[in-house]
Unconditional design. Structure first.
Length: 134
């Protein structure tokens, strides 16, 4: 079996068919990065800046854990797709930690402190494996 056919067969069997990935606004990060998603109805929300400030202060710790930040703020196609993907209402503020597998691991209605983020990530089997290789 040729490589493209083998990949297509594996993707179909594992539920990773192209249309499913195309519908996922975070698909580009799957198996590469953990994602901290900040969702807010408007950019003036002070909780956004609190979460950003924490991320900036811990930039090296985020990088060590392959953690990137994605924002879904206000209205727009991408923000709406992220809200729909995680079932978040248009007026809700949420911060989500999404694992490399694409699943939400932690969801809060307030900024998530770095210590809690890192403890959650560091307890993940994939992260423990990563630490063992480094």
């Amino acid at each position: 079996m040729t490589r493209p056919l083998l990949f297509a067969a594996i993707a179909a069997l594992s539920g990773l068919a192209a249309p499913a990935l195309a519908d996922d606004p975070l698909a580009v990060h799957r198996w590469r990065s953990r994602v901290l998603v900040i969702v807010a109805p408007e950019g003036a929300d002070p909780r956004i800046e609190a979460q950003r400030r924490d991320a900036r202060a811990r930039r090296a710790d985020y990088a060590e854990r392959d953690l990137v930040v994605v924002e879904a703020i206000g209205t727009g196609a991408e923000a709406d797709r992220i809200r729909a993907r995680f079932g978040i209402g248009p007026r809700d503020f949420r911060v989500l930690l999404v694992g490399k597998d694409g699943d939400a691991k932690l969801t809060e209605a307030a900024p998530i402190p770095a210590a809690r983020l890192f403890a959650t990530i560091d307890a993940m089997p994939m992260r423990r494996e990563e630490k063992g290789r480094r």
